[in-house]
Design a protein around this ligand. Structure first.
Ligand code: SF4
Length: 309
């Protein structure tokens, strides 16, 4: 994302926040203010600093960054990175802790970042999910551990409190953790509530406005957020139009079967979002005509699955 685009998005956001937060609001919360997230924002620390400075200049409330802590290689460098961000105007930090991150990020780095963040951001440190932090500490994990080994060691019940949304890539990578259902079990559902919710929205690197967690569905260009928020035209967004209708999932399914030869997955689906994303992936592989199916890279990086005849 270019800085001038980020600034247009942030200006829109600061307008939307006006009057909703007291001036100088610094308390952090997962559904408050502005968070910089990913992917992993620390992969581009210079861009992260620039964005924090920009957000600070625009008076963004509850400004925090989410991270997996891969960067916390030493105590000194961890403190230095966080101090720099705090000086640039960052209010707080959310540290992600779960067995999926533990596959790639040594636990020592997570603990190091937590220590540094506690010192620098104090009460404005959030650990998500704290239950996993204690669970991993109890298991005495050092370094990284494969998810399958974690499950074997900690048992399936260790995932009981995981806030694991069966959406996006998780539908393919973690489908073995969920029961499956035939497509028709989801036909009565609509996504109107999810696609029109006015809170916890995301903007991706390409300026796509995404409600909640519906990866790969763009409501439009977030540089023109005021236009999106005043109502969007559905005539040129037939996928979106179907999803917000009554029985939207059935409408999408029938459209994909009739127009694009979609075939139901033999083993079924773990959620309505699994069915939805599998259909969208199938369509994107054949055409780029749907402006609401963005970014294209999201679909390219999903794993394929067998279909039934
Ligand atoms: S089914 Fe699709 S549109 Fe509906 S909530 Fe899931 S991902 Fe979003």
């Amino acid at each position: 994302m270019r800085l001038e685009d980020a600034e247009r998005v942030m200006r829109n956001l600061s307008e939307a926040f006006r009057g909703r937060y007291p001036s100088g609001y610094r308390q952090v919360g997962v559904n408050l203010g502005l968070h910089l997230t990913g992917g992993e924002p620390f992969l581009n620390p210079d861009l992260l600093l620039d964005l924090v400075r920009m957000a600070d200049r625009l008076g963004m409330p509850s400004l925090f960054v989410e991270t997996n802590c891969f960067w916390a290689a030493t105590d000194e460098s961890a403190r230095e990175s966080l101090n720099q961000l705090k000086e640039a105007g960052l209010h707080g930090i959310l540290i992600s802790v779960n067995p999926f991150i533990l596959e790639y990020v040594p636990f020592e780095r997570t603990l190091r970042a937590i220590r540094a963040a506690r010192e620098i951001f104090q009460a404005n440190l959030m650990i998500y999910q704290e239950g996993f932090l204690h669970q991993i500490e109890r298991l005495g994990v050092r370094g990284t551990i494969r998810f399958e080994d974690y499950l074997r060691t900690a048992g399936a019940s260790s995932m009981y409190y995981a806030e694991l949304l069966p959406m996006g890539r998780a539908c393919y990578e973690l489908r073995h953790l969920f029961p499956r259902h035939p497509a028709e079990d989801f036909f009565c559902m609509s996504c109107r509530a999810e696609l029109t919710r006015p809170w916890h929205i995301h903007v991706d690197n390409y300026c796509n406005y995404m409600t909640g967690y519906c990866g790969g569905i763009s409501l439009g260009d977030a540089r023109r957020m005021d236009e999106i928020c005043s109502g969007i035209e559905l005539d040129d967004k037939p996928i979106l139009a179907r999803l917000v209708s009554d029985r939207g999932i059935e409408l999408l399914y029938r459209f994909a079967v009739e127009e694009y030869g979609y075939r139901e997955l033999r083993k079924g689906y773990i959620s309505k979002c699994h069915l939805c994303v599998d259909i969208r992936k199938h369509i994107v592989e054949q055409t780029d005509e749907f402006v609401e199916l963005k970014p294209e890279g999201f679909y390219r990086n999903l794993k394929a699955e067998d279909a039934v005849s």
